[in-house]
Design a protein around this ligand. Structure first.
Ligand SMILES: Cc1cc2nc3c(=O)[nH]c(=O)nc-3n(C[C@H](O)[C@H](O)[C@H](O)COP(=O)(O)OP(=O)(O)OC[C@H]3O[C@@H](n4cnc5c(N)ncnc54)[C@H](O)[C@@H]3O)c2cc1C
Length: 266
């Protein structure tokens, strides 16, 4: 028997997360685990805190409540650049439930939304604690216990954000890989580009060698050549039933080129 406890604030929910209690977001992964008898807990904790649903812009950054769903993202004009990312996750029923916060914990090959947040300089807020770099948070997420309240991201200039999800089944298969890039430019050249991959490691990861190779480069065929070479050695993709590690490494430069040059794929 599992008891479900509902708290009005994120702080109260965080305080209640002791022992083997599990926090419930939209439940697309947790309820599947419950139904299969895979969740070993006697307590599920949830929060109805309205702040966890809010989406707001402040200067050059946007804050997205952890309880905002993929459908909320798709409907919000401030997040139009993220609508294709949200739309790439599951089918409509999943998108109505799946939350931004839950996506940070979705294990390989899920976590497509977190890939976009990572490219956009995501910072995670945790109830009762401060803000933390998303990359550092993802690295320690397996031992994390608490409530994520929101993720803040940079607001990209028009055309500076790109995302692709590569899957074998259209439109809603799981990822062979997902890729996201934030490509700010200064004087026409890339400056501080961030490139992230999903399904290419245990968590979404940044491609640091690719980012170094893009610094000061032009966003054209010759400008990105070094970055395409770097991606082969940057990541250690896992084998899974979707694709082998070898295959993922071989096709990564192809998909990175398409992403960076914004090439149409039929
Ligand atoms: C049919 C199907 C298709 C899917 N397709 C995709 C896909 O294409 N891409 C993809 O990325 N994912 C996919 N998913 C996985 C999942 O739906 C998403 O990753 C979703 O964003 C998870 O969020 P959730 O709110 O449902 O998480 P939940 O199931 O509620 O929770 C998942 C984990 O996150 C933790 N958690 C949730 N919210 C918080 C919070 N605010 N603070 C702390 N911990 C929290 C929970 O404790 C739990 O450990 C799919 C799932 C299904 C069932």
């Amino acid at each position: 028997m599992i008891a479900v406890e509902t708290y009005a604030s994120a702080d109260q929910a965080a305080t209640a997360l002791h022992g083997d209690a599990v926090f419930l977001g939209g439940g697309t992964l947790i309820m599947r685990a419950v139904n299969y008898g895979d969740l070993k807990t006697e307590r599920i904790v949830r929060s109805t805190d309205p702040a966890m649903k809010s989406i707001s812009t402040s200067g050059e950054r946007i804050s997205i409540g952890a309880a905002a769903t993929m459908s909320d993202v798709m409907l919000n004009p401030q997040l139009a650049f993220l609508a294709p990312v949200a739309r790439s996750i599951g089918g409509p029923a999943v998108r109505n439930m799946a939350t931004v916060g839950g996506n940070l914990f979705a294990s390989h090959p899920y976590g497509d939304f977190a890939v976009a947040l990572l490219a956009l300089d995501g910072r995670v807020s945790v109830a009762g604690s401060g803000e933390e770099d998303l990359g550092a948070f993802l690295a320690r997420r397996s031992s994390f216990s608490g409530v994520v309240t929101e993720v803040s991201i940079a607001r990209p200039a028009t055309g500076d954000f790109r995302y692709r999800k590569v899957s074998r089944i259209k439109p809603k298969g799981v990822s062979v890989m997902s890729l996201a890039a934030w490509l700010p430019r200064s004087g026409g050249r890339l400056s501080g580009a961030r490139v992230a991959f999903g399904a290419m490691g245990n968590t979404p990861v940044r491609a640091n060698g690719v980012e170094r190779a893009l610094e000061g480069a032009n966003l054209d065929v010759s400008g990105i050549a070094e970055a395409l070479r770097a991606v082969r050695t940057d990541l250690q993709p896992p084998d899974d039933p979707i694709a082998s590690s070898w295959y993922r490494s071989e096709v990564a430069p192809v998909h990175l080129r398409r992403l960076l040059l914004d090439e149409e794929v039929s």
